[in-house]
Design a protein around this ligand. Structure first.
Ligand code: CP
Ligand code: NVA
Length: 326
């Protein structure tokens, strides 16, 4: 069955924006994970489901995986992806964020945005009449966390009781992983250098939700302690996009936070290694680990295509349970 664009939402009546993972709520995330599983098993009902649709994609920062997976997802669904860089938009010549959102809402069915400040995607979403999806900001990377959760669930068959150690910078990827742990209820131990901890408000809010979902979140400065007995060890770059000027200082601060085989040996014997990518080999992870038998970074990256297809479909149609697909 071909889904119509922008029908009355089938599941839930809230906003279809995805600005943070927490915004999905536990049930919304669960439905999206199930839709992804269904899509992976049989993509045929999704093919052409958004025929005639259009998706604008603003990339204010570089991207390999997010851009190509979103463009591919739109194509699979039958929608036209329109990739825009800020220097191609009147935004670069002073048109306001809100007016840009209003104009794009006249032509397309959804907007994905990769930019710097979370406030920018919030401002776009406030002014847009179409769903806005955060494709990475300095503060959040919900699309990455979606694929991370799918990968963990595929690996362990469940998320309950799974122990994940995040070693590195407490910024966007870490924040979204914290929210993932709180929404689906896995145990997350974060280890960052001093001064690079995740935002306290994000941690506290997630810890409160963990009381309902059974997850747990701890933050320390000790990678060895965080990794001890973990089922999965997760790394991200030491120098995120936008922080290039701090690279030298960060290399010093993050010394001791490299995931090497010695650190992996402290995890559970069957532990896997995850990384959002791009990896900076020899910095946050050694070749031995990322190319070793524990590494699941390529299945994790492959899952981006499936989660983004499910996300675009559900954001545009409101049909997060796939009812319109028959
Ligand atoms: N993980 C991720 O978002 O990769 P890109 O920066 O290549 O999109
Ligand atoms: N933390 C990284 C993630 C890249 C996908 C960055 O923001 O550059």
């Amino acid at each position: 069955m071909t889904a119509v664009l922008n029908p009355t939402p089938v599941a839930g009546s809230g906003s279809r924006d995805v600005l943070t993972l927490a915004g999905l709520g536990p049930e919304g995330l669960r439905a999206l994970l199930d839709l992804t599983t269904r899509l992976k098993a049989d993509p045929e009902p999704f093919r052409g489901a958004l025929a005639g649709g259009r998706v604008a994609m603003i990339f204010d920062k570089p991207s390999t995986r997010t851009r190509v997976s979103f463009e591919s997802a739109a194509w699979l669904l039958g929608a036209l992806p329109i990739v825009l860089r800020p220097d191609e938009l009147q935004l670069g010549r002073g048109e306001t964020i809100a007016d840009t959102a209003r104009a794009l809402s006249l032509y397309v069915d959804a907007l994905t945005v990769r930019t710097y400040a979370q406030a920018t995607v919030e401002e776009l979403a406030d002014a847009a009449s179409i769903p806005v999806i955060n494709a990475l900001t300095n503060e959040h990377h919900p699309c990455q966390a979606l694929a991370d959760v799918v990968t963990l669930e595929e690996e362990f068959g469940t998320l309950k009781g799974v122990r994940v150690a995040f070693v590195g910078d407490g910024d966007n990827v870490c924040h979204s992983l914290i929210q993932a742990a709180s929404l689906v209820g896995f145990e997350l131990q974060v280890a960052t250098p001093r001064g690079y901890e995740p935002m306290e408000e994000i941690v506290w809010t997630a810890q409160v939700l963990c009381r309902e979902t059974g997850g747990s979140i701890t933050v320390s400065h000790e990678p060895a302690r965080a990794v001890h007995g973990a089922d999965a060890v997760y790394a991200d770059t030491w120098t995120s996009m936008g922080h290039e000027a701090e690279q030298v200082a960060r290399r010093t601060a993050f010394r001791g936070f490299r995931v090497d085989q010695k650190l992996m040996d402290r995890a559970a014997p069957s532990a896997v290694f995850l990384h959002c990518l791009p990896a900076h080999r020899g910095e946050e992870v050694t070749d031995e680990v990322i190319d070793g038998p524990a590494s699941r970074v390529w299945p994790q990256a492959a899952n981006r295509l499936h989660t983004e297809t499910a996300l675009l479909y559900s954001a545009i149609t409101g049909d997060v349970n796939g009812v319109l697909l028959g």
